[in-house]
Design a protein around this ligand. Structure first.
Ligand code: NOJ
Ligand code: MG
Ligand code: MG
Length: 453
C-alpha cells in the first residue's frame, strides 16, 4: 500500500493548467501549501508544494440542448467537491483524472445549472494548512461562490482519511483520537458556518470494526452520543443556524459500521440531548448495499420530520458502494424516490453524492454531473404525468376506495370504538377475494417510464 509520501511524489506529476478567464487579470496560484483533496476511496491526495496555475481546460462543457430537463438553480441541485472532484482511484488502481481546484469546480457546476456545492473541511483546506493559508483559500472560495452564484448548503468533516482515524474518530478507543476528532469537527463546523452552511453532515466512515474483539459496540454507541451531544451544544453556544444530518452506512471502508441503516440512526437520534437539531442524510447506495428499500427508509425519515438532507446516487445491489450516477441503475425505484420527495414537499437540497465511472476523462465528469440532474428532472416530469394520467388515476381511486363500512371505527383508540370493533361482523371473504390491480398499475407505471404513455 502506498504511503502518504508516495502520494506526494506521484502527485508532483499532475498536469498544471491555466484558468482562461482569470489568468490575465489574476494569476491564480494554488499557493505554497500542500493542497489536499479527498478521493472517494478515502485517501489523502497531496499536490506538489510549489506555485502552479489552476487547472481549467477550455470549452469542456458539451452543448446539450436546453430542453425542459435542463437543470436550473430553482431545482436545488448540489454536488460535493469530492464527487465531481473524484479522480477515479480505487483499491486496485491509481488516479485516472487530474485534480480540479475547488474554484474551478464551483464555476463548472454553476455553468451546468447546479445550485450548491458541499465540502469536507479538507476538500478545501489541506489537513496541514496554516491559518494564513486557510484564510486565503476560504476567501478565494467565497469569491468564487459569489462570482458564480453558488451556495454551500452543507458541510462536513473528513474523519476517515488520515491514519489517526484508522480505528474510528468519535468511537476510537483512544481518548486522544476522540479529542482530536472533536477539535477537527468544531473547526470544520466553523468553516461550514463561515461559508453559510446550515446542514452539517456526520458520516462515520471509520466508526466501526473488523472484529468485535477489541471494541465494545455498546460503548461505541455511547461515544457517538457523547460526541454528537457535545457538537450540538457547541453549535448552540456559537449561535450557528445549523442542524446535523447523520449519514448511515452498513460497511465500507470498515468491515462493519455502527448505526448502519436509516432505522438504526432514527432510533439513536431520539436518545440525544437535542434530537430536534439532529436528522438524517440517507444515501441511496448505502441502503441498497444491504438490499433495503430506500424509498421506504426515506419515507420513514420524512414522516418523522428527519429528512434534513439526501445523498442521491445509484447502486447495483448488493456489493461495494458504487456511487453511480443518479438513476443509472434502478429506474423504477428512483422514480418512486423522486415521486416521494416531490409529493411530500421535501424542500432540502437534492444532493448528488456520486462520481463518474473510472473510465471517464474530464468531459465524462461533466456529462455525469449533467446526467444526474437531468435524470432527476425527467423523473419529476414523469411524476407529473403519473398525476395526470387518467387511467392511472382512475385505477388509484379504485384501489384506495375499499369498503368504508368500518372506517368510522378506525383513526385512534376510544373505548367505544374498541367495544364496537370487537362486536363487528366484518365480511372478510369478500375482502379476501378482491383483486387489488397492482399488477396493472405497476405495468402502467412501467409504460409511463418507458415512454409508451
Ligand atoms: C464520503 C462518503 O463516501 C459519502 O457517502 C459521504 O456522504 C461523504 N463522505 C460525507 O461525509
Ligand atoms: Mg454519502
Ligand atoms: Mg456512497
Amino acid at each position: 500500500m502506498l504511503s502518504i509520501t508516495d502520494e506526494i511524489i506521484e502527485m508532483s506529476e499532475v498536469e498544471t493548467w491555466t484558468l482562461p478567464d482569470r489568468e490575465t487579470s489574476m494569476p491564480y496560484f494554488m499557493v505554497h501549501c500542500l493542497w489536499s483533496v479527498v478521493n472517494h476511496s478515502g485517501f489523502f491526495v497531496f499536490e506538489k508544494e510549489e506555485p502552479m496555475t489552476t487547472s481549467v481546460p477550455q470549452n469542456t462543457v458539451r452543448e446539450w440542448t436546453s430542453d425542459e430537463y435542463a437543470p436550473s438553480k430553482e431545482d436545488k441541485f448540489s454536488f460535493g467537491l469530492w464527487t465531481v472532484g473524484n479522480r477515479g482511484r480505487d483499491p486496485f488502481g491509481e488516479y485516472v483524472r487530474p485534480l480540479f481546484a475547488p474554484v474551478y469546480i464551483v464555476k463548472k457546476l454553476s455553468e451546468l445549472g447546479a445550485w450548491g456545492v458541499n465540502l469536507h473541511d479538507n476538500d478545501l483546506v489541506p489537513f496541514d494548512a496554516t491559518p494564513t493559508q486557510r484564510d486565503r483559500l476560504v476567501r478565494e472560495f467565497k469569491q468564487a461562490l459569489s462570482d458564480y452564484g453558488m451556495v454551500v448548503p452543507m458541510a462536513t468533516t473528513n474523519l476517515f482519511s488520515h491514519p489517526v482515524f484508522k480505528d474510528g474518530a468519535f468511537t476510537s478507543n483512544d481518548p486522544a483520537v476522540r479529542a482530536f476528532a472533536l477539535q477537527k469537527t468544531m473547526r470544520a463546523i466553523d468553516l461550514g458556518a463561515e461559508l453559510g452552511a446550515t446542514i452539517y453532515v456526520l458520516w462515520g466512515g471509520r466508526e466501526g470494526s473488523e472484529t468485535d474483539a477489541g471494541k465494545d459496540p455498546v460503548t461505541a454507541v455511547k461515544r457517538m452520543r457523547e460526541a454528537i451531544d457535545f457538537l450540538c451544544h457547541y453549535v448552540k453556544e456559537q449561535g450557528y443556524q445549523m442542524r446535523f444530518a447523520l449519514e448511515p452506512k452498513p460497511n465500507e471502508p470498515r468491515s462493519d459500521l455502527y448505526l448502519p441503516t436509516i432505522g438504526h440512526m432514527l432510533g439513536f437520534i431520539y436518545t440525544l440531548d437535542a434530537p430536534e437539531m439532529v436528522g438524517l442524510n440517507p444515501e441511496v447506495a448505502h441502503e441498497l448495499m444491504v438490499g433495503l428499500n430506500f424509498v421506504h427508509g426515506v419515507a420513514q425519515a420524512l414522516e418523522a420530520g428527519k429528512l434534513f438532507h439526501i445523498d442521491l446516487n445509484d447502486q447495483k445491489a448488493p456489493r461495494y458502494d458504487q456511487d453511480f450516477r443518479f438513476g443509472s441503475e434502478n429506474l423504477k425505484s428512483m422514480f418512486f424516490l423522486v415521486k416521494l420527495l416531490e409529493e411530500k414537499g421535501y424542500s432540502g437540497p437534492r444532493h448528488f453524492d456520486a462520481h463518474a465511472h473510472r473510465t471517464e476523462d474530464e468531459q465524462g465528469v461533466w456529462d455525469f454531473a449533467r446526467g444526474c440532474m437531468r435524470t432527476y428532472n425527467m423523473f419529476k416530469q414523469k411524476v407529473r404525468r403519473f398525476h395526470t394520467d387518467p387511467e392511472i388515476q382512475a385505477l388509484l381511486k379504485e384501489i384506495h376506495s375499499g369498503d368504508q363500512t368500518y372506517g368510522g371505527l378506525l383513526g385512534g383508540y376510544t373505548s367505544e370504538r374498541a367495544g364496537r370493533l370487537k362486536e363487528a361482523t366484518i365480511d372478510i371473504d369478500t375482502r379476501a377475494k378482491r383483486g387489488l390491480h397492482y399488477e396493472k398499475l405497476d405495468q402502467l407505471t412501467i409504460e409511463l417510464l418507458l415512454g409508451a404513455r
